[in-house]
Write a protein that binds this ligand. Structure first.
Ligand code: ATP
Ligand code: MG
Length: 209
């Protein structure tokens, strides 16, 4: 079975995440998409720190009804700074397969700043989703020297170890957690940007006010 990993802060999870994961799963034929909320994201200053356990809980509610979606508390349980390389190694070990790491174009364009970034490309395939506001760059601009080990294939590139970078054009939903946090701060509605269960939970707990 092909397994996808969708890492993120999920602060909070929104319909952009869910629809994106659904479209990538169908495009690649993934049997499972594991949503993995980070404990401490390496590259982010959390403007509205919401406890990891609460972000995890919101993801749990959001994916509940989808049999292909699953949530993992691996990064939250591990604590400390969450590095994707550890999560990828954990998933490889657990499922005995090379996973597809799913991420938006905005995140992929920054990947050379990630911890142990070169090794990521021998441990996972990458499914890079289109995202409003971020354009696809030439591979050498994103990977530097490492781009030399990739050759073009169908929808992207593949390296000598058989790891792919696959670009997946998805429906462009211009939804982000940052905008949702801003709306809540201004006392505005986030209806139809997040699942109703998540909206109710945020309201009930008074998060992001
Ligand atoms: P923030 O605004 O706080 O950064 P976000 O909406 O970008 O939040 P993240 O938790 O940072 O959400 O995103 C996790 C992953 O999902 C990233 O790889 C990101 O690129 C991707 N992603 C999030 N929203 C979308 C979207 N609307 N379309 C495509 N990819 C998305
Ligand atoms: Mg983001």
């Amino acid at each position: 079975m092909k397994i996808g990993i969708l890492g993120g802060t999920f602060n909070p999870v929104h319909l952009g995440h869910l629809r994106a994961a659904q479209e990538v799963a169908e495009d690649i034929g993934l049997g499972k998409v594991l949503f993995v909320p980070s404990f401490i994201p390496p590259h982010k200053v959390m403007d509205e720190p919401v406890e990891a356990g609460i972000r995890l809980e919101m993801v749990r509610m959001a994916i509940e009804s989808n049999p292909v979606f699953d949530v993992s508390s691996y990064e939250v349980d591990r604590g400390g700074t969450s590095y994707s390389i550890n999560t990828i190694e954990f998933v490889r070990e657990t499922y005995k397969t090379t996973p597809y790491f799913i991420l938006g174009m905005d995140a992929f364009n920054e990947i050379s700043t990630w911890f142990d970034f070169k090794r990521l490309f021998s441990l996972a395939h990458f499914a890079v989703m289109s995202r409003p506001g971020s354009s696809r760059l030439p591979l050498d601009k994103v990977l530097g020297d490492l781009s030399a080990s990739f050759r073009p294939n169908g929808n992207g590139f593949v390296n000598n170890e058989g790891c792919e970078i696959r670009y997946v054009g998805i429906s462009n939903l211009d939804i982000s957690s940052s905008v949702i946090r801003k709306l809540l701060k201004k006392g505005k509605s986030i209806k139809y940007l997040v699942p109703a269960s998540v909206e109710d939970y945020i309201e009930k707990e008074g998060l992001y006010r």
